[in-house]
Design a protein around this ligand. Sequence first.
Ligand SMILES: CC(C)(COP(=O)(O)OP(=O)(O)OC[C@H]1O[C@@H](n2cnc3c(N)ncnc32)[C@H](O)[C@@H]1OP(=O)(O)O)[C@@H](O)C(=O)NCCC(=O)NCCS
Length: 148
Amino acid sequence: MATRTRGGGEGVIELRSVYRSSDYTRFLYALLSERTPEQSISHKKMPSFPDHETFVMSKPYVAWYMVLADGRPVGSIYLSKDREIGVTIAQADQGRGYGKEAVRLLMTRWPGDRFYANINPENKRSIAFFEGLGFSLVQQTYIHADRS
Ligand SMILES: CC(C)(COP(=O)(O)OP(=O)(O)OC[C@H]1O[C@@H](n2cnc3c(N)ncnc32)[C@H](O)[C@@H]1OP(=O)(O)O)[C@@H](O)C(=O)NCCC(=O)NCCS
C-alpha cells in the first residue's frame, strides 16, 4: 500500500516499498554513491553492488521505502527496529520539500510515542532538517572504531 500526499513541496509524494521493483535496488545504490563523509555516521566505504543487493534483500529495517514524487524516485526512507529514521533525497531533488514530507508520511504510517534520528554533528543541514520537524538533541554518542 502506498501513502500519497500533496505536502508543502512540489508534486504528489508517495512512499513505496523498496521491494516492489528490482530497479529500486539500483536507485538506492546511486543514492549511496552520493553520500559524503559528513552524511555518513559510520564512515563506511562504498560497498560493491552485489554486497549492496545482499544488504537490501536481508530486509535490515522494519520498513524501507522509495520516496516517489509524481511517481518518480527521488529518495529513500527507512525506519529501523529501534525507531531510527534514515532519509536521503537525491542531490538533484533536495530542497523541494520531499524529505520533510517523506518523514511526515513515515511517522503517520508507523505511529508511536518516539522516533530517533542519528545525525553526524557535522551534518548541519540534516540537523536543521530534523529540528524543523520537531526533533531535539538528547545525547551525543562517542565511538572508538577503525574508520578504514
Ligand atoms: C537532509 C535531507 C534528507 C533533507 O531533504 P530535503 O528534501 O532536501 O529537505 P526539504 O526540502 O524537505 O527541507 C525541509 C527542511 O530542511 C531544512 N533544509 C533544507 N535545505 C536546507 C539547506 N540547504 N540548509 C539548511 N537547512 C535546509 C530546512 O529546515 C527545511 O525547512 P523549510 O522547508 O521550512 O525551509 C537531504 O538534504 C539529504 O538527503 N541529505 C543527504 C543525506 C542525509 O544527510 N540524510 C540524513 C541522515 S539520516
